[in-house]
Design a protein around this ligand. Structure first.
Ligand code: HEM
Length: 464
């Protein structure tokens, strides 16, 4: 199968930019469309041809950004409905769980009032110093072209002494990723998917070309080698997470291991990333759930990773032994994650024991969380499905009243209610009731990340 064109695709679709640990996400507003077009033509955005050695940047557009640049009828051009309507609509607030403490009206950026959010410029650098210098260079250039900075989010990979990437609760992150056929990259077979799941212009999981924007009259293929970027800034309450888990597991400061075990059950992996089900040595992602652990006694049915990618899990009542078919179905809802933490870690050492000790000592200050970023070509079927139908679903996998313990929200009679988490066990299961939400949405938006040729089409072929 033909893989996406690496010379045209922006680098983020292929690389996590592990060497570029430090990043700024800049939300820019276009004040002078003609000057902004010049800036688009003059700025170099990193392609996926090779992994960059030094700093680099990538660019995505919001729907209002494209309109400001003269792509007035996005629907006629074939942009996705979710992208055009945006993340903050009444319908999406309900499905994504953006109410009460997650309410879009409380977001710092990206809600329906945030009309000036036109561009997302992402700058990546190897050191804080390099990031500052490159940021200043970009700033001089974009200010000179009538672009103003509405919002800036700093992000940095949290890399421990072993070189592993962590999220703020202290777990290894970025482990399970799908790989695209045709790119030359190999993953266990269950994780190989068609490129059209993440890159527009190539066959998707249905062997069909995904809906993709095109100016038919002028034969401008705006979608080719592009993707939709989902951004959710998720605050993590690390102190609440560990204090609650210590309390509920009756762990002590001297021996926090029961709390760590419960946290691992919630995530679905141990803090070091080892899966809770048996897996081939050295292959931390080559495993299935249902075949090995149908009742969730090792990896709970409601854990974060089992909900976010149920792999071979089948719907209730499906007695067939066709696990491959179940994997194929689950793979229609994969996302390519490119998130990065923001805020300072609770413990500089990034050692789990130190994180927990700081939480217990009440020494946690400041805000931190995950800049959740993912790519997909069908926001509805991929990101929104995962958040709504899997993470926020109290009846997921035959469960009774749980939601995803990390990102799920539950609503009753129009209000958010504390959730529960079930750990199947023998002879009796354990239920943890009245769990608070450990994460909170601080901002979010849908963007379009075009191929490099399409950026030039946007810069030169539209007026307004
Ligand atoms: C602060 C919020 C979040 C935290 C702390 C978090 C943490 C984690 C961790 C520790 C893993 C396991 C390591 C790995 O496979 O990379 C993981 C996996 C995953 N997460 Fe999250 N996550 C968060 C938000 C989200 C959101 C919003 C989504 C999508 C709606 C999501 C989707 C996934 C997926 C698809 C996987 C891989 C599952 C697999 O294939 O095994 N996560 N997450």
């Amino acid at each position: 199968m033909e893989g996406p064109d690496r010379n045209d695709m922006q680098g983020m679709l292929r690389y996590g930019y592990g060497r570029q640990k430090y990043a700024y996400y800049l939300m820019l507003s276009i004040n002078d469309p003609q000057a902004a077009r010049t800036w688009l033509s003059q700025t170099t955005f990193q392609s996926a041809a090779q992994s960059p050695d030094t700093h680099c940047c990538n660019l995505a557009f919001s729907a209002s950004g494209l309109q400001k640049l003269g792509l007035t009828d996005l629907e006629a051009l074939g942009f996705s409905r979710a992208f055009i309507e945006g993340m903050d609509t009444d319908h999406r607030n309900r499905t994504l769980g953006d109410f009460d403490h997650n309410a879009a009206s409380r977001w710092e950026w990206g809600n329906r009032e945030d009309n000036g959010l036109h561009l997302l410029l992402m700058i990546f650098a190897r050191t804080p110093k390099e990031l500052k210098t490159v940021y200043q260079q970009h700033k001089n250039a974009f200010l000179a072209h009538g672009l103003s900075e509405q919002h800036r989010i700093h992000a940095q990979y949290l890399q421990n002494a072993k070189g592993h990437y962590l999220e703020h609760f202290g777990f290894r992150d970025g482990l399970s990723q799908p790989e695209m056929h045709g790119t030359g990259r190999i993953a266990p077979p269950d994780h190989m998917v068609n490129p059209g799941e993440f890159v527009l212009g190539y066959p998707n999981a249905y062997e069909k070309l995904p809906h993709s924007p095109l100016d038919q009259e002028r034969n401008l293929d705006l979608g080719k080698n592009g993707s939709y970027l989902v951004f959710r800034q998720l605050e993590q309450d690390v102190a609440l997470f560990w204090q609650t888990l210590l309390d509920r597991s009756q762990a002590t400061a001297a021996d926090p291991s029961p709390a760590i075990e419960l946290a691992a059950k919630m995530v679905g992996r141990k803090p070091g990333g080892e899966p809770l089900v048996v897996h081939p040595p050295q292959q931390a992602n080559d495993f299935r759930f249902y075949e090995q652990d149908p009742l969730g006694r090792h990896c709970p049915l409601g854990s974060h990773i089992r909900r976010a990618n149920p792999r071979d899990s089948k719907s209730k009542g499906d007695q067939s032994k066709n696990f491959d078919a179940a994997v194929r179905v689950a793979n229609r809802h994969r996302i390519l994650r490119r998130g990065r933490p923001y805020g300072l870690p609770v413990a500089e050492s990034l050692q789990l024991e130190d994180i927990i000790a700081a939480c217990l000592a009440g020494e946690v200050q400041g805000e931190r969380g995950l800049n959740f970023v993912c790519f997909n070509t069908d926001i509805d079927r991929q990101f929104e499905f995962v958040q709504h139908t899997w993470a926020n679903n109290p009846k997921f996998g035959g469960l009774y009243n749980d939601v995803d313990p990390i990102i799920g929200v539950q609503r009753e009679k129009g209000r958010m209610v504390p959730t529960q988490f079930e750990v199947p066990d023998y002879p009796v299961r354990k239920r943890y009731h009245k769990l608070p939400a450990f994460t909170r949405v601080r901002g979010g938006s849908y963007f379009f990340l075009p191929g490099l040729n399409a950026i030039q089409m946007i810069a030169t072929q539209f007026k307004g």
